[in-house]
Write a protein that binds this ligand. Structure first.
Ligand code: NAD
Length: 488
């Protein structure tokens, strides 16, 4: 193998990029064309200790800096994200495999997330009330201390920015554990934060895979852990951190259903379905993966196929993360076909000329999928939509409700009553009406239900305030005349 384009990556501790003490590294390969990008160290507990020490040292000063001053760093970071947008987007695309357009949209979303964090001084005000003559009670949101954020491969910059700006604005010091598959964007983020004037030690990066995640869960000086990734690992991380009595919010995988009614607008529905199932090569936790066709919607299914055929790998469709993932997705399609489903648009065996080492799967539409097939119930994480046919909206909701996940569900209809019926009955945290990817924008918060999220509250928006802070309640008596038993 030739030398890695970005060499061996370092951790970021105390404001410096420093070598890990790891003796094991993992290669980082671009899904776009197989380029050997970097080697990422599997950091050790010693590395994590160094990061925690640096974050703890920074915490007293950072947490006592007034919030209006703390967010000045984020105003500058936001500006730097804008001036470095193309460079960050190129890195996202290179390491993750998404198209440049999708990577630009991801970098834009980082800006929006940071903008929300700069508004936190307006939102975290406490409460005060004279509860008895001359006696006040007040509440304040105070930071937790050293916190950690563990993130997945599918949004190398956006998911870290779900947590970094809010947690830091609220006065915490953070350790980020990037996905070992896409560790490069995080290095750029660290550079931008330093350029924005973030004090050393407030933000740190420790690279690695499962071993370092376990060390984070166990570390006695890490107060809270946010996790985003698959349900299997979210469950492990939630159980392990809470066993150590830490606060944890662990977002997991998804199987999002689109319920399409016969009165849906055909063009709009088809475009939304195709975009939702294929955007970021289907590797979004909000991607449409199962479509339930209620009654006769033949013309809409025809249009979905038409839209899907316009999606071309290497042009307006990126790569899936690696060969293993490509093979797994194609296996699901083949198995469903063998079990009697009908492949209307087939993305298996996709090749992009000149990028033979890229890992592409073409858009795939499969009809007559039965609810008991693996492709109908499991997360596929590829540009694949499975269509199930039912007679009534209640049948469609039964299928949606039976799935153990609960990130998103959408309904396509022109009837407000049916839409409300679905909003009330779908078992998912985020619902769309004629919207294929119903991601709530800030100040609304992002978070699923059921096996798509373990823990209380949501990860972004106003809900994140509760996660990244704790309440201090003080009772203050200014009236010397008030009796000792002032409560009575
Ligand atoms: P993943 O669970 O494999 O990895 C996520 C993180 O966990 C990574 O940092 C990884 O290093 C670490 N990890 C992996 N195996 C581990 C183990 N055995 N023990 C401890 N840590 C381990 O997820 P992924 O493949 O990187 O990302 C895709 C998944 O993330 C999909 O399931 C997707 O739905 C989900 N996701 C969910 C959301 C959401 O908001 N609910 C958002 C983005 C992605």
């Amino acid at each position: 193998m030739s030398a890695a384009k970005y060499g061996r990556l370092k951790n970021f501790i105390g404001g410096q990029f420093i070598d890990s003490t790891a003796d094991r590294v993992i290669p980082v390969i671009s899904p776009l064309d197989g380029t050997f990008l970097a080697e990422v160290p599997c950091s050790t507990a010693t590395d994590l200790d160094a990061a925690v020490r640096s974050a703890r040292a920074a915490f007293p000063r950072w947490s006592r800096t007034p919030i209006k001053e703390r967010v000045q760093v984020l105003f500058r970071y936001r500006h730097l994200l804008e001036t470095n947008l193309q460079e960050l987007a190129a890195l996202i695309s290179e390491e993750n495999g998404k198209t440049l357009g999708e990577a630009v949209a991801e970098a834009d979303k980082c800006i929006e997330l940071t903008e929300f964090a700069t508004s936190l001084p307006q939102l975290v005000t406490g409460e005060v009330l004279e509860v008895s003559r001359g006696v006040e009670c007040r509440t304040e949101h105070v930071p937790l201390g050293v916190v950690a954020s563990i993130v997945p491969f599918n949004f190398p910059a956006m998911v870290p920015n779900w947590t970094i700006p809010n947690a830091l604005a609220l006065g915490n010091c953070m350790i980020l554990k990037p996905s070992e598959k896409v560790p490069l964007s995080a290095q750029k983020i660290a550079n931008l934060l330093m350029e924005a004037g973030l004090p050393e030690g407030v933000f740190n990066i420790v690279n690695g895979d499962s071993g370092i995640v376990e060390s984070i869960c166990d570390h006695p000086r890490i107060e809270a852990v946010s996790f985003v990734g698959s349900t299997r690992i979210a469950r492990l991380v939630y159980q392990r951190t809470t066993q150590h009595l830490k606060r944890c919010l662990a977002l997991g995988g998804a199987k999002n259903h689109l319920l399409v009614l016969p009165d849906a607008k055909p063009d709009m529905t088809a475009q939304n379905v195709a975009a939702s199932m294929s955007g970021c090569a289907g590797q979004r936790c909000m991607a449409a993966s199962a479509m339930v066709a209620v009654g006769n919607i033949e013309p809409i299914i025809d249009k979905i196929c038409e839209e899907a055929r316009k999606i071309v790998p290497g042009k307006n469709l990126g790569a899936v993360i690696n060969r293993e993932s490509k093979e797994r997705i194609e296996r699901y399609i083949t198995e469903a076909e063998q079990q009697g489903a009908k492949v209307l648009v087939d993305g298996r065996g996709a090749r992009v000329p000149g990028k033979e080492n890229g890992t592409y799967v073409g858009p795939t539409v499969i009809d007559y999928v039965r609810p008991d097939m693996a492709i109908a119930t499991e997360e596929i994480f590829g540009p694949v939509i499975s269509i199930m046919r039912v007679d009534t909206l209640d049948d469609a909701l039964d299928i949606e409700n039976a799935n153990p996940y609960g990130n998103a569900a959408s309904v396509f209809t022109q009837n407000g009553g049916y839409a409300r019926y679905v909003i009330d009955r779908a078992s998912a945290g985020m619902i769309g009406v004629n919207v294929g990817v119903p991601v709530p924008r800030e100040p609304f918060s992002f978070g699923g239900w059921n096996e798509s999220k373990f823990g209380v509250g949501d990860i972004t928006g106003k809900s994140s305030i509760e996660f990244w802070t704790r309440l201090k309640k003080s009772t203050v008596k200014w009236n010397p005349e008030a009796g000792v038993n002032w409560m009575s």
